[in-house]
Design a protein around this ligand. Structure first.
Ligand code: SF4
Length: 331
């Protein structure tokens, strides 16, 4: 079995001796961008049905490695390549493993998906080869299009499958600051309600979690965000409103992750500058960097940022999980 996976995943040098390299696939190995020892993602596929993303989220991690991240474009020959991969997977008798659509682009973004329907074609291809995948997870901010009959019908035929919808803000003004091209909050919540009405499992991603006031004195000498040149963006009251909504419509869980500030090649310089002082203050004036992103203190992230949200989840009967444990637990 290991040999067959290696055969699918790697290309061996044809002429000169050398090391094998990862093959280019549409159904590619999920990369957690972390050491597998700390992030045991296992074998799973990720398919990015487009390149770039019109939603232009300033915190988007894909900015670390995608050129012109705000310029969405189609992948030429996408469905033909996907069919080729499926043929190989069937021939090699690989799977079933979890499938994730998509981590580096919004697979349902408009107008691109309306124009090329690559994600719809992909879902239909997956449906015809469902035995290759254990679970199917789709991640989006455009829940309203997913709830349309054509898409919702395709998803309903893929069970077990789940839709993860990101709604990090409750206030439209705050949302527009950091997600200028994304669908409105109202449209996302409406899409979630429609998906739940169609009995499709949905998780609400309150992701990322921004640092909140009061900032703990053990890490920050001053307690207010404005002391670091920042405005308030996400209050606990707003987060509670989102959790309450998730509970009312029957979401299966709330997924959270602390804000990481991308500092890679194509990351937004303005976003980085905005958060520099806040992220540097707890670490003696220099932000802590890991995997091309500035990070918060682990203790603050775990105990305050996530801990307070988990307590709200308990209050409203919603399970709150981290992005890490959600992924590792998706089998
Ligand atoms: S929707 Fe996702 S992929 Fe698109 S810009 Fe926002 S974070 Fe990035």
């Amino acid at each position: 079995m290991v040999r067959r996976w290696v055969q699918y995943l790697y290309v061996w040098p044809r002429t000169k001796p050398g090391l094998p390299r990862l093959n280019h696939h549409v159904f590619s190995l999920y990369d957690p961008f972390a050491k597998r020892t700390t992030f045991p993602a296992g074998l799973r596929f990720c398919v990015n049905s487009h390149v770039g993303c019109a939603h232009s989220c300033q915190y988007c991690y894909a900015r670390n490695y995608i050129r012109n991240p705000e310029m969405p474009r189609r992948k030429e020959g996408f469905l033909a390549s996907a069919r080729r991969d499926i043929r190989d997977l069937n021939e090699l008798k690989l799977g079933p493993v979890p499938l994730h659509i998509s981590n580096s682009t919004d697979p349902f973004q408009e107008p691109l998906e309306r124009d090329c329907a690559h994600t719809l074609g992909l879902l239909n291809l997956v449906r015809a080869n469902r035995q290759l995948f254990s679970t199917v997870t789709v991640l989006t901010k455009n829940a309203r299009i997913v709830a349309e009959p054509e898409y919702a019908g395709a998803l309903a035929s893929l069970m077990p499958c789940q839709v993860e919808v990101s709604v990090a803000f409750y206030d439209e003004t705050h949302m527009r600051t950091f997600e200028p091209g994304a669908p409105s909050i109202a449209s996302r919540l409406d899409g979630i309600a429609r998906l739940r009405h169609a009995n499709i499992p949905v998780s609400l991603r309150i992701d990322p979690l921004f640092p909140r006031e009061p900032l703990p004195g053990a890490l920050w000498p001053k307690p207010r965000l404005e002391d670091y040149g920042l405005k308030h963006t996400q209050s606990l009251d707003e987060i509670e409103a989102l959790i309450r909504f998730a509970s009312q419509v029957g979401c299966q869980r709330v997924i959270v992750s602390p804000l990481k500030v991308p500092v890679g090649r194509y990351a937004s310089r303005a976003f980085r500058d905005t958060f520099k002082e806040l992220y540097a203050a707890p670490f003696g004036g220099r932000p802590r960097t890991r995997s091309f992103a500035w990070r918060l203190s682990d203790e603050y992230a775990r105990e305050t940022l996530i801990g307070e949200v988990s307590a709200l989840g308990q209050l409203h009967g919603m399970r709150v999980v981290t992005c890490w444990s959600n992924l590792v637990g998706t089998r």
